[in-house]
Write a protein that binds this ligand. Sequence first.
Ligand code: SAM
Length: 341
Amino acid sequence: MMQDACRNRYELHENELIDRFNRRLNYLRVSITDRCNLRCNYCTPAGFFPKLPHKEILSYEEILRLVRLLVCAGVSKVRITGGEPLVRKGVYEFLSELHRIEALSDISLTTNGVLLKENIRRIKSAGINRINVSLDSLNREKYGKIAGADRFDEVWEGIQLSLLMGFDPVKINMVAIKGVNDDELIDFARLSLIYPFHVRFIEYMPIGTQCMSMERQMLAPEIKQKIEEIGSLHPISRGANDGPAERFRFDGAPGEIGFIRPISRHFCPDCNRLRLTASGQLRLCLLSNLQFDLKTPIRTGASDSELLNMIFSAADRKPLEHELVCREKSTVLDPMYAIGG
Ligand code: SAM
């Protein structure tokens, strides 16, 4: 019984997911689909887009069962991602169910924004208040080249509407790539001077078998130096529930700037993340091939206690740090859309 499996957690503090390096794993990222309505050229290998057959994807009931168990084990923060989460049928009902899990203090959604505008009310009614939208260019034509589809207007309108609808924060994620969008760094930074957006610059990670040349990568110090041409950035102190972003603000700006630096500064020592892929694999580190199958046990009658035991022993194998360094070939075989960024 779930109740029995959970009881320990409330009685025994040590039954929270704390790994052997004393990291409390309380943040779960769930990829609900490997499908996407965009083909961002740094994320999806050219001309190649495998789709898992539907039966290989965890059902919403299966995902909710695993999330509830993980909540029993101390997870309090969940982010829904993909592929593109908004392309999966039934996603809004699923988000509502997720919202009903009382012990979850923070539920957020990462989307490419293509379907945001038309579904924003459904997202809000499902109880989601925090949203990340990926946007790699503010130039319509260039956006189309990067994303493989001319959807800039929908995305931008969706972002604007998110603000109007009171989502807080509205984060804009930009992966900076030399020769592609590095000429727009200042334009993105300026957004934080006009709107209360949290603009996040993300370092490109060489993931998947067809990853981009590392020469195109831009690291946070270089990005920061560039955008400080328009003003000094002041650090913002970190909150308890903060992610790995290093956060700053320009003087008087309503918005903020963040840097996600998986390459130039590993946040591994503080990493509190677990990932559940659409195919039901528990991954302890985005940048490691290590994964633990939860789909087979869940479909062959494993009890809640058995699943929890598997989760605990998997968590114990979370690597101390990732080994992704600037090499010719990526050490991580699965592309981002399959793992869930
Ligand atoms: N479709 C949703 C979206 O676009 O936000 C969610 C999935 S997408 C894989 C999540 C994030 O991963 C996006 O912000 C995307 O830019 C980022 N991403 C994909 N491949 C990446 C890579 N190799 N390095 C860094 N970020 C990457």
